[in-house]
Design a protein around this ligand. Structure first.
Ligand code: AHR
Length: 502
């Protein structure tokens, strides 16, 4: 057996309240995320608005909060006007980002209805690729103004009396990426973000605005991009975005299981850049982080195509990764990384929600089911609300090719301030050895283990399929006990664990 991993929990080690929007997700017009994903008129479960209620039920169970829309790369060529008003009059358009045909049968009203029924909050991305300040203001007026102006009255004429009152806005998407329609240099984008933010705030000073950070820590321009952009718009925005995707490359599973090492350093680097610019500008404001795209995505290994097999198809099968239990353990570890930085990460979006690198899969006209990755997210969203307590483990370590020596234990803990209950989320990164865990509890008044739930499987490639949708689900652990102020548990090899203490 491994040596024991240990840490201490104490209410004095409070890191931060968890912003519920840390459990956000993302709906892009991409592949089958929207069409035959969340929206499928004619599906046996569809409601009067064409929304699949089987999917809605799973989305509510998943517990997503902020839902980012409509892209992603898609937004950088999108005209929001195409997606409002009578559906039969909406134009069909070419979507350059995903070489697909967009029917525009789903747009702002349908999205707002979906978010309301899902119990979430809309997070609207603006097109700053092919468009600019004027169109951003027009969308803001259409969406949020009560009435008495051309665009707000147009919304009312479209049958929507009450404004959508969208509070959270992304100023473009991945504007540093050469793949982005209308991508820009940092200086160009920084100015545009500043002017868009300034104009939007002239209409509503209380909006929450997210500037685009780089598309990833590996971008050549990373950090310089953030510094230049923030130099232009620091006092006008509230958050800067981070995007990160991970996959197992060259069979290097140990590095893949340690992906959160990269996530944590990414968060710390961007936070440091923000603070550096803030200090240089002598600003009193603190910029928070919106980790508005994160996930496991077999992007380079190409498990599922990123371009349609035939050009300009409608809702083709794109980016439909089928996740293994290994992927779910990594996703759990990424969630732990976000929670550990809840003082800075105020919004985070699992990219994406349905079919496209998503925790939920559907078949057109057929069922919807939970991928392996559904489970850690749903558990963390349900029980990861409250105050994060700092966890500094003394853990056995092993060496990985990509990250050098890493702890086998990756963990965080969240205290529910109302009930006093504490939930420990922990991952054992060892592929073959169980990890004994001992947690010393100080001043928390905890007396028992309410639940120790595990996601692990003897087959690291096990996944949930159409034929076998419940192949991988959490199971209870045995032998976990709280005795004399010490929690003792054994974490199965390569496992995600949720231990609830009351
Ligand atoms: O989530 C898939 C794509 O990844 C998004 O459209 C884009 O923003 C990112 O590169």
């Amino acid at each position: 057996p491994q040596p024991t991993a240990r840490f201490t929990l104490d209410p004095a080690f409070a890191v931060s309240e968890v912003d519920p929007r840390l459990f956000g997700s993302f709906v892009e017009h991409l592949g089958r995320c929207v069409y035959t994903g969340i929206y499928e008129p004619g599906h046996p479960s569809a409601d009067a608005d064409g929304l699949r209620t089987d999917v809605l039920e799973l989305v509510r169970e998943l517990g997503v909060t902020a839902i980012r829309y409509p892209g992603g790369n898609f937004v950088s060529g999108y005209k929001w006007e195409d997606g409002v008003g009578p559906q039969e009059r909406r134009p069909r358009r070419l979507d350059p980002a995903w070489r697909s045909t967009e029917t525009n049968q789903f747009g702002l009203a349908e999205f707002a209805g979906f978010v309301r029924k899902a119990g979430g909050e809309p997070m609207m991305a603006l097109n700053l690729g092919t468009r600019g300040v004027a169109e951003a203001l027009e969308l803001l007026e259409y969406a949020n103004h009560p009435g008495g102006t051309e665009l707000s009255d147009r919304r009312i004429a479209h049958g929507v009396q009450d404004p959508y009152n969208i509070r959270l806005w992304c100023l473009g998407n991945e504007m540093d990426g050469p793949w982005q329609t209308g991508h820009k240099t940092a200086a160009e984008y920084g100015r545009l973000a500043a002017e868009t933010a300034r104009a939007m705030r002239q209409i509503d000073p209380d909006l929450e605005l997210v500037a685009c950070g780089s598309s990833g820590q590996s971008m050549e321009t990373f950090a310089a991009w953030e510094a230049t952009v923030l130099q232009e718009c620091y006092d006008l925005v509230d958050h800067i975005s981070l995007h990160a995707y991970y996959e197992e490359l060259d069979g290097d599973r140990d590095s893949f299981l340690a992906s959160a090492v990269d996530t944590e350093s990414f968060i710390e680097n961007v936070a440091a850049t923000c603070d550096h610019v803030g200090a240089r500008l002598k600003s009193k404001k603190r910029i928070n982080l919106s980790f508005d795209e994160w996930n496991v995505w077999y992007m380079r290994s190409g498990r599922s195509p990123v371009t349609p097999p035939e050009d300009w198809a409608e809702a083709p099968r794109l980016l439909e990764d089928h996740y293994t239990v290994t992927d779910a353990v990594v996703l759990g570890s990424l969630l732990i990384a976000l929670l550990r930085h809840a003082d800075r990460v105020k919004v985070a979006c699992l990219a994406q929600l349905v079919n496209v690198i998503a925790p939920i899969l559907t078949e057109p006209g057929g069922p919807a089911w939970r991928q392996t990755t559904f489970h850690p997210f749903a558990q963390a969203s349900r029980h990861g609300r409250g105050t994060v307590l700092d966890v500094r483990p003394d853990s056995p370590r092993h060496t990985t090719r990509q990250y050098g020596e890493v702890d086998l234990l990756h963990a965080t803990a969240v205290r529910d301030e109302t009930s006093g209950a504490v939930t420990v989320f922990a991952v054992n990164r060892s592929r073959n050895a169980p990890l004994p865990l001992e947690v010393t509890l100080h001043g928390l008044g905890l007396t028992g283990v309410a639940e120790h739930s595990v996601l692990a499987d003897s087959d690291p490639d096990a996944r949930n399929t159409f034929q076998e949708p419940e192949r991988v689900t959490p199971h209870p652990a045995t032998g976990t006990a709280l005795d004399g102020g010490t929690l003792r548990a054994t974490l199965e090899p390569m496992s995600w664990n949720m231990i609830r203490l009351t």
